[in-house]
Structures are given as C-alpha cells and as structure tokens.
Write a protein that binds this ligand. Structure first.
Ligand SMILES: Nc1ncnc2c1ncn2[C@@H]1O[C@H](COP(=O)(O)OP(=O)(O)OP(=O)(O)O)[C@@H](O)[C@H]1O
Length: 318
C-alpha cells in the first residue's frame, strides 16, 4: 500500500543565529496520522526546529513543505494548515468566556464568519470542554486551560499540529489526559510533531523519534533503533540487601573488566540497593558473577533497553 503524501516535509533545514548553527541540515517527514518526536539535550535545537515548521521563524536555508505548499515562499497559505500549541496559563482573556475567547481566536485564525460558531463548537467537543463554554477562562483548571489551548489550535482545522513540551509542568493525571487527546487527534488524521523531555511520554506517543544533538539528527526510528545506535543490547536489573555495600562495591569493580558491559548504575533505595547493568554485548548470568564475589542478588531481570536507557547511553557517547 502506498503511504499518503506527507503533510509536512522538512528538507536540509538549517538555522544560524549570528555565528552559531543551531539547526544543521535537518530533514524529516510527517505523514497524516503520524506522531513524530524530536528529543535531545537542552539547546539541541528542538524548539528552533518546531518554530521553523510553524513558519514563526525563517530557516537560514532549506525548505519546509506543508500540504504541498512551500512554507518558506508562501508562508500565509502554508500557515492555514499548521497550528502550534504553546500551552500554559496565559494566552487567553481570563475574564471572557471560553466560547468568546475561541470565537475571537477563530476570527484571528481567519475562519470565515459563517463557520466560526460551528468550528468553536466542534473544537470544544474534541477537547471535551463543551460543558464549560460559558465559564470565564480564569475559572478553568490547569488541565482544562491546556485543553483550551489545543481547542484554539484546532479552530483552523489544521493538518499539522506542533506541540512543544505539551505536558510541561502538568500533574501526572492531566498529562495522561493530554497524551490521550494528542493520540486521538493523530488517529483522526492530523500529523503531529512534538518535543518532550519526558522520554516515557515520547516512547508512549511517538511513531518515529528523531534524536537531535548539536542541531543534527543523529538517529531516527523507534526505541530499538536508538538502542542499536547507542550499542546497548540489553539491560539487567537486580537488587541486593542493605548492608552489603562492601561486597556490592567489589562486585561492581569486577564488572568493569567485561567488554560486554557498557554501564553500571547502583542506587540506594529505602529497603535495598537497586542495580542496573547496560550490556553492549551478550548478557551474562549476573547471579553467577555476583556469587563469585560472595554477593547474593535477587529480582534479576534481563530485558530490552527502554527509551530513557538507550537515549542516555547515546547522549553520553556524543
Ligand atoms: N532568537 C535567538 N537568538 C539567538 N540564539 C537563539 C535564539 N533562539 C534560540 N537560540 C539558541 O539556539 C540554541 C537552541 O535553542 P532551542 O530552544 O532550539 O533548543 P532546545 O533543544 O529546544 O532546548 P531546550 O530543551 O532547552 O528547550 C540555544 O543555544 C539557544 O540559545
């Protein structure tokens, strides 16, 4: 089956600020229904990339095509198909109602006056805020305000949705709600680009992950691709009882001899020590290795590396 045309296509995007190249030759596509994530350390160029995709910031070179429109040449036309969802406590008239705020922003977004009411109604239904439409925005909870930001972004019926840290500062239960909403919007056909420092969020939501370091995409794919690029084959977790520190230290020291081990971490928990071994070769029997130094390890489990473990290994190497 042929894949549909991308709703956004970035090609060799580069952005320089004075003498610094913040985004360097970045290319990617977003297809309808696809959630694409940009992850990377602070200052890697994620927000700059999102801003260029939103047309808020012009690239120094490279192109962005949105629904077949060259967004660098025909910014206004391209913008009709994109929404950037910023979130936060501000951005609305706090004393005006939810509905009046959205009617105003529908006008700003260029929605024809005859369609405004139905667009507001539909956007409120999509984010499940219909029952709060007559309330002042200032009376909404943090999570409702976040949903209102998303409703505002939906007024123009965009095919591309850009989220920069969509759950930043939100309670865990509100974050779950926002993630479910982002997934629904993609299922309904929008192409989504998101940035997030929450790697569990990225792993849960994204179809494709781009790891950006120093302005360059260094790996693209899923968790397994990132683990492979980082050279991490598996992870073994284990616990040891408190009071075993000398033996545990001895054990960890012996592990540095093994070429198949990339990294060892051990933290003191309330009732035990929790250890984690990242393998870069074939995993070995950790219980046997521990036995050899007279240490008893329990809860030994070897599994595939998760996004956080793979990413940290990758970023640590760069
Ligand atoms: N308008 C600007 N003028 C000068 N430098 C800028 C400008 N905007 C961004 N930068 C610089 O570009 C670099 C990348 O910033 P950007 O916000 O894109 O990174 P990021 O990956 O989103 O980081 P974070 O995870 O901290 O949000 C930073 O060093 C930043 O200071």
């Amino acid at each position: 089956m042929n894949q549909p045309n991308p709703v956004l296509s970035a090609r060799q995007l580069t952005r320089r600020f004075r003498n610094t190249t913040t985004v360097n030759n970045v290319s990617f596509d977003i297809h309808p229904g696809q959630i694409v994530a940009l992850v990377g350390p602070n200052g890697a160029g994620k927000t700059t990339t999102v801003k260029m995709c939103s047309t808020l910031l012009a690239p120094t070179s490279g192109t962005i095509t949105v629904c077949g429109i060259d967004a660098t040449q025909r910014r206004r036309q391209a913008r009709q198909h994109i929404s950037i969802i910023l979130g936060g406590e501000t951005g609305f008239y706090q004393h005006a109602s939810v509905k009046d705020n959205l009617l105003f922003f529908a006008d700003v977004a260029g929605v024809p006056s005859r369609s405004r009411r139905s667009r507001v109604k539909d956007a409120l239904a999509q984010v499940r805020l219909t029952d709060r439409m007559f309330d002042p925005v200032g009376e909404l909870s943090r999570g409702m305000k976040q949903r209102l930001h998303i409703a505002r972004g939906l007024l123009s019926r965009p095919q591309v949705l850009l989220f920069d840290e969509p759950t930043n500062g939100l309670d865990p239960e509100i974050s779950v709600e926002i993630r479910a909403l982002i997934r629904e919007l993609a299922t309904d056909g929008a192409g989504v680009l998101l940035t997030s420092h929450l790697l569990t969020e990225v792993a849960e939501l994204s179809d494709t992950i781009h790891v950006l370091i120093d302005g360059r995409i260094i790996v693209t794919g899923g968790v397994a691709d990132i683990a492979e690029r980082a050279g991490i084959t598996a992870v073994t977790s284990f616990t040891t009882p408190l009071g075993t520190e000398p033996r545990l230290r001895e054990f960890l020291a012996t592990l540095t001899r093994y070429d198949s081990i990339a990294h060892v971490t051990c933290v003191r928990m309330a009732a035990h020590h929790a250890g984690l071994i990242s393998w870069c070769g074939a995993p070995t029997d950790v219980s046997a290795l521990a036995d050899a130094v007279g240490l008893t390890v329990t809860d030994v489990m070897t599994r595939k590396p998760n996004l956080e473990e793979s990413y940290l290994a990758l970023v640590g190497q760069s």
